[in-house]
Design a protein around this ligand. Structure first.
Ligand SMILES: [Zn+2]
Ligand SMILES: [Zn+2]
Length: 282
């Protein structure tokens, strides 16, 4: 069987596999964050809500429609990727023993560090005048994001985001389970980054080690202002390149002070300080 006949013979099964895989991943990430954060724990997370401004009318409907297009783009690329994989272009492997457990464990954070660099630089590029309108405006129509903003991309941005996977598979040997883990971390991080509630302990931002992790507020500020805070998992690139919002630490610090003040007043029965009250309701 020649390559073209083989490709088309496997096409229907691969499209179905792709739809199942991408739709499941999307649903798992966005719906779980939506159900847990917006429905079940919303009353408990009241003080963690980042903004009180309402969402655009029909925003979630638009985001789900854009996400369906993103899933179709991903599935089309999955089909091509499988084909390239079959031709031995990628370094994906299935036997842990081939590179050992140590590499299996190291490859996951290594892939996340590479993905963060990919995200930061392609994101900055998409914010340039030349590319913003065609590639990135759709994502920024969600000025005040929701968990469904995670995949709300124009088709061009969906391609750019997807392309990290083939690049990773060319650069590094990655076990299939490690790849699956990385892809699930991506969607959960993506859905939480857009959920509108600060889920991380705010004190982490000032920790010498944990301060390198981006909080929900970090990406929320990016949506509020449509610039700065371009990183995904880590704050490194924004700090090295001077693109972190100058008031990011201040904003987190003020909310943390309000939170600590409220906790202290609950414990001692003393009234909440006026400034803290103000911050908590901001
Ligand atoms: Zn975003
Ligand atoms: Zn952006």
């Amino acid at each position: 069987m020649d390559a073209a006949t083989e490709f088309f013979a496997h096409l229907p099964a691969r499209v179905l596999d792709g739809i199942q895989f991408e739709a499941m991943r999307y649903a798992m990430g966005t719906l779980s964050v939506f159900v847990l954060v917006w429905l079940l724990f919303a009353p408990l997370l009241k003080s963690r809500k980042i903004r009180t401004t309402p969402h655009r009318a029909r925003q979630i409907r638009d985001e789900i429609r854009n996400s369906a297009v993103t899933i179709l783009v991903f599935v089309s690329l999955d089909v091509l990727i499988f084909d390239l994989g079959d031709r031995g272009l990628f370094r994906k492997y299935d036997e842990i023993g081939q590179f050992g457990w140590w590499w299996f464990l190291v490859s996951i954070p290594a892939a996340l560090v590479l993905h963060d660099a990919w995200f930061y630089w392609t994101h900055r590029l998409m914010h340039t005048k030349r590319f913003y309108r065609v590639f990135h405006l759709t994502h920024h129509r969600s000025h005040n994001p929701t968990p469904f903003t995670a995949y709300s991309f124009a088709p061009g941005e969906a391609v750019v985001n997807y392309m990290f996977i083939p690049v990773l598979l060319i650069l590094l040997p990655i076990h299939s389970l490690a790849l699956y883990t990385v892809m699930n971390i991506m969607i959960f991080k993506n859905a939480t980054a857009h959920c509108g509630y600060e889920l991380f302990p705010r004190s982490w931002v000032f920790h010498p080690l944990l301060g390198c992790l981006t909080t929900v507020t970090h990406h929320d500020m990016h949506h509020a202002r449509a610039n700065g805070n371009y990183g995904f998992y880590f704050t490194w690139w924004d700090r090295w390149m001077g693109t972190e919002h100058a008031d990011y630490l201040d904003q987190i610090g003020r909310r943390l002070a309000a939170e600590l003040d409220q906790r202290a007043s609950k414990a001692t029965g003393a009234p909440v300080m006026a400034t803290a009250k103000q911050e908590a309701s901001a």
